[in-house]
Structures are given as structure tokens and as C-alpha cells.
Design a protein around this ligand. Sequence first.
Ligand code: HEM
Ligand code: HEM
Length: 178
Amino acid sequence: MNLTNSPQRFGLLSKLIHWLMALLILSLIAIALYMDTLPRGPEKFELYDLHKGLGLIAIAAIALRIVWHRVSKVPAPIGEGIKLKMAHLGHIALYLLMLAMPISGLIMSLSGGHDVKFFGLFTIAGFAEKNESLNEIGSAIHHYGGQLLYVVLAVHVLAALYHHFILKDDTLKRMTSK
Ligand code: HEM
Ligand code: HEM
């Protein structure tokens, strides 16, 4: 099993990063959706802290992913012409959202005057005074970015299934076993 990528296949490290980050991001979305339904109280704030702590891990993970994929280039998507272009665009959109979501979340929290705790290990102190405009920008990006992420992710998963079941190519297999 190769650690690095080749022009035709994903190496073990890229596969691990892809699936661990997929799990992380889907958990972040699930926690966000659930915490939104709770009334203000200790349970809601505990989940906020969990969402923020995991969100900080997402910042480190995406930085690592970008660095790794500069060192070991990922294979081009399988397909030609417009489909290949769409796959590239979809992946770029996912990278932009994986950066924009945690960074805007951090800006929104800190500029709103809220501390960001990392599982009791350290705390990033929120601004002493709330910065309204920065808070609004962070909040808008996090909210609309979240909506966009749902759509892009749905297309991403449907595209993977389309490749596997309809086109019957190696797209899904090379991200899992091959
Ligand atoms: C990849 C990382 C992240 C993803 C995918 C993500 C996703 C989401 C989503 C989908 C929502 C619901 C948004 C809405 O419709 O209002 C949300 C809410 C929230 N997120 Fe994140 N988030 C991430 C990282 C972070 C980070 C790092 C922080 C702060 C340090 C954070 C703080 C918050 C807060 C405070 C809310 C509640 C906003 C409100 O109710 O007004 N998030 N997040
Ligand atoms: C269960 C859900 C998921 C499935 C079935 C899935 C499937 C796949 C497959 C089959 C590929 C390979 C495409 C190719 O060969 O070109 C891929 C690549 C990719 N996926 Fe996913 N994926 C999922 C979740 C996610 C999530 C949550 C993210 C991030 C938000 C993500 C981001 C990416 C990116 C950026 C690539 C391009 C390769 C890279 O640069 O790492 N995927 N995915």
C-alpha cells in the first residue's frame, strides 16, 4: 500500500485525510443542526463548545491537507471535457468551503466577544469589546457558506454514486480500496 499519490491513484495518506475529514465535517454539520434546535441553556452551550473545538481541528486538518497535496499531487478526476471541468470546480469549491467555514466561525465567535475553548487544553480569548461589523461578516459567511456546503456536498456524494453505479468507473474504488 503506497503512502503517496500517483497520477492514477490516491495514496493511503490522502485517503485517510479524505475520510477522517469527511467524518469531521459531517459531525460538525450534525452538531450545528442539533444545537440550533435547543433552547438557551447548559446543553446548548456544551454543544457550542464541542462544535468550536472540533472546528479548530478542522482548521489544522485543512492546512495539513493543502500542504500534503502540494507535496504529493492528487490524481486528476476520471472523465473528460465538461465533466472533468465540473469535477475540478466541485473540488475547488469544497476546498474553499473547508477553509471559509472554520475561519468565519472563529471570526464570528471571537469578534462577538465569545471565548473559543479547545477541550480544556487552551482557550482563545474573545474580543474584550464586540466588533459588530466583523461579527456580521463572519456570521454571514458561516451561515450562507453552510447552506452552500450542503448543496456542494450533496452534488459531490451524488457524483461519486453516479460514477460508481452508472458510469461504473474506478472513482469511488480508488478513494476506498484500490
Ligand atoms: C469545517 C468547520 C465548520 C463547519 C463545517 C461548520 C458548520 C456550521 C453550520 C452548518 C452551522 C449552522 C449555520 C446556520 O445555518 O446558522 C454552524 C453554526 C455555528 N458555528 Fe460552525 N462550522 C465549522 C467551524 C466552526 C468554528 C471553528 C467555530 C468557532 C470557533 C464555529 C462556530 C459556530 C457557531 C457559534 C455557530 C452558531 C451560529 C448561530 O447560531 O448563529 N464553527 N456551523
Ligand atoms: C460520504 C461522503 C463522501 C463521499 C462518498 C466522497 C467521495 C469521494 C470520491 C469518490 C472522491 C474521488 C474523486 C476523484 O477520484 O477525483 C472524492 C474526492 C474528494 N472529496 Fe469526497 N466524498 C465524501 C465526503 C467529502 C467531504 C465531506 C468533503 C469535504 C467537505 C470531501 C471533499 C473531497 C475533495 C476535496 C476531493 C478531491 C480529492 C482531494 O483533493 O482530496 N468529500 N470524494
